[in-house]
Write a protein that binds this ligand. Structure first.
Ligand code: EPZ
Length: 416
């Protein structure tokens, strides 16, 4: 089990390049199943989850030419329409092969993803949507078996906003017969990036980025080249780390328009933020002010930034409320932060964080991807050494995080 050791206290200073977005790359890689042609993806992040998704697609018969941060897929010889449990259990996003397989081949056998640390994470909305499009679906021995002669366009209402639910059905609808309207759809920028890629492949999609997406099915999709959008959560994570350590950093190759609520909250905390083209500069002098956050679907405050802001509030001036409305168990980082001296009370989906003047380094354990990022931020500000265990969680979603942080002056090293 690898660990990270961090000596806290150094303010982050300098420049860092933001990688491609994990949550755009994963659905877009599955779009390779929708065509017999070649899909060339650039600006792919070098992440464990991207590797897992590539292996999953390869075992289906997709071919892939791999170059640094690029993959060229070809879907001409997909013969195995199955996503096995041992691959799905480590990465829930594998559910995103379901829509494309049913749409192109009329047959799919995908393991139910099971829960994870932050919640039960059901996929009932994915299944209901495909049934509405005419798929016959049976759930047997932990697998989703889906069959359809040809999917039919349908009007589908999401009673809960679901990011991958929207993405799965958008991909399925791209090859369906007729028009599909997704209502109460997710508006996340990663949904828009997938729609951009599908349009480049010949799909007819409009309304992506709003709560109503309309897809007119076509007979076949052709190949394309697509550059993955920058990762807004990696961007937000580095900005919060700079604010927490009283530093001054510049993010390169990112976008401010997909991070508005996060930038607003950081300004509220006292950070000075300047946006110039694809760069964001943040300067923080003195102690941050405590800021209330309440997670909700985009464009509201992102749940994937909740843990990071909790770390900031731990050493902020004043008290703040952190309300998590998306997942039922996304406060796993609280007990670890308490080990560092944080003062946090949890009541249901609300945490009240009382800022303390300093945290003290300790050994802590990562429980999920964004909780790990929160503990890294806490370790960067704590006095003394913090050792974070189970950092495989971190490697799933952050590309080369310790080298990027070291470049910014952090005293951080990986312990084998
Ligand atoms: C995506 O997960 C992201 N993952 C998550 O990022 C992110 O936290 C989440 O969206 C919310 O923004 C990827 O894009 C690969 P949901 P997803 O379906 O699609 C309930 C990270 O750290 N729901 O939008 O799985 C669900 O239980 C990860 O990068 C159903 O009830 O999330 C949750 O309460 C973590 N039935 C809510 O909807 C369904 O069929 C939102 O989930 C689907 C979802």
């Amino acid at each position: 089990m690898q660990k990270l050791a961090i000596q806290g206290g150094a303010p982050l200073r300098g420049e860092v390049r933001i990688s491609g977005a994990k949550n755009a790359a994963l659905p877009i890689m599955c779009a390779s199943l929708l065509t017999a042609d070649t899909l060339h993806l650039t600006n792919l992040p070098d992440l464990h989850d991207v590797g897992t998704m590539r292996k999953l697609l390869l075992q289906m018969g997709i071919t892939a030419e791999v170059a640094p941060n690029e993959i060229t897929f070809n879907g001409g010889k997909v013969e195995n329409w199955e996503a096995p449990y041992d691959m799905v259990k480590t990465m829930r996003a594998a559910i995103l092969v379901l829509g494309p397989l049913v749409a192109r081949f009329g047959d799919a056998k995908v393991s139910l993803p099971g829960g994870c640390a932050i919640g039960s994470r059901p996929v009932d909305l994915h299944i209901k949507g495909l049934q509405a499009m005419g798929a016959e679906i049976a759930i047997e021995h932990g697998y989703i078996h889906a069959k359809a002669k040809r999917l039919q366009g349908a009007r589908i209402f999401f009673d809960i906003v679901s990011v991958t639910g929207t993405e799965n059905l958008m991909m399925a609808a791209a090859l369906a017969d007729g028009v599909t309207v997704l209502e109460n759809a997710a508006r996340e920028p990663e949904v828009v990036d997938l729609a951009d890629c599908l349009r480049a492949m010949g799909a007819q999609i409009s309304g992506d980025g709003t709560d109503t997406v309309t897809i007119t099915g076509v007979k076949a999709l052709h190949g394309a080249t697509h550059r993955i959008m920058p990762d807004r959560i990696e961007s937000g994570t580095f900005l919060v780390a700079a604010a927490a350590t009283g530093g001054s950093i510049t993010l390169r190759e990112t976008r401010a328009d997909i991070l508005e609520t996060v930038l607003e909250k950081l300004s509220e905390a006292g950070a000075k933020i300047k946006v110039e083209g694809d760069s964001i500069h943040l300067e923080m002098s003195g102690r941050p002010k405590a800021i209330n956050v309440r997670t909700a679907p985009h464009p509201a405050f992102p749940t994937d930034m909740q843990a990071q802001f909790m770390a900031l509030n731990c050493i902020a001036e004043g008290s703040a409320m952190v309300v998590e409305t998306i997942f039922e168990n996304r406060f796993m980082h609280v007990q670890e932060l308490r080990r560092l001296g944080a003062q946090i009370e949890v009541e249901g989906n609300t945490s009240v964080v009382k800022g303390v003047t300093h945290l003290e380094g300790a050994t802590v354990m990562a429980t999920d991807l964004r909780a790990s990022a929160c503990l890294v931020i806490a370790g960067l500000v704590a006095q003394g050494e913090t050792v974070i265990d189970r950092i495989y969680h971190l490697d799933r979603g952050y590309e080369h995080i310790e080298s990027k942080l070291s470049q910014l002056g952090a005293n951080i090293r990986r312990i084998k």
